[in-house]
Write a protein that binds this ligand. Structure first.
Ligand code: URA
Length: 206
């Protein structure tokens, strides 16, 4: 497979995280950086919180129990992992799977923004409150999950209109019957959102 310009640019972002020594305190305890995986030309990007144990071992996002559930939901809507791009806000595993700290999310945000600027998705699915709040700090996931929002991402010298879909985190929903069903129901809205995203996003009244 030819190494596309986007792949090259994303690799530079990955290398810059290492060169910039981002979050040295968790980087030093992690096995490796977990940057992202999937189709860099996809119109849909999933953003999770931070790698867990399995992700840290394999260097890929969402490959543990939550990832298996994510794969099942993707399949349910006729998509595979290779049809989408998946990443996290925080790119190193926080010790003992603790929640990422505000400073860690803040430190990684410019790199996530750069990833999105390169990929240019039409839809960003935020998995869980940490991801959702890095786009919309005031958003309450318990009240606004499953509700797509039109959003302008501002980069240093351009901007991108996206549809942000905030969802519950698959790990939180995995063993909680009602949250699990809610997440599955919200996920089932994605095909319709993809259809809408083929229209002019500027004109969508979300
Ligand atoms: N949970 C996340 O938020 N990200 C992963 O990559 C795995 C589990």
């Amino acid at each position: 497979m030819a190494y596309s310009t986007k792949e090259k640019q994303l690799d530079q972002v990955k290398q810059s995280i290492i060169a910039d020594n981002v979050c040295e305190s968790i980087a030093s305890q992690a096995t490796q950086l977990v940057f992202g995986d999937g189709d860099v030309n996809s119109s849909i990007v999933f953003v999770g919180e931070a790698p867990g144990k399995k992700e840290d071992e394999l260097g890929l996002p969402f490959v543990g129990a939550a990832g298996k559930f994510l794969n099942e939901m993707l399949e349910m809507i006729g998509l595979g992992r290779s049809d989408v791009y998946i990443t996290n806000i925080v790119k190193y595993r926080p010790p003992n799977n603790r929640d990422p700290l505000p400073q860690e999310k803040k430190s990684f945000l410019p790199y996530l923004q750069r990833q999105l600027e390169i990929i240019q998705p039409k839809i960003v699915v935020a998995l869980g409150r940490h991801a959702a709040n890095c786009f919309l700090p005031e958003l309450r996931i318990s009240q606004e999950h499953g509700q797509p929002k039109r959003l302008k991402l501002k980069f240093s010298d351009n901007e991108l209109t996206i549809i942000l879909l905030p969802l519950y985190h698959p790990a939180a929903a995995l063993y909680n019957g009602s949250m699990r069903q809610t997440l599955i129901d919200d996920f089932a809205r994605i095909p319709e959102i993809i259809k809408q995203s083929n229209n002019n996003l500027e004109q969508l009244t979300l």
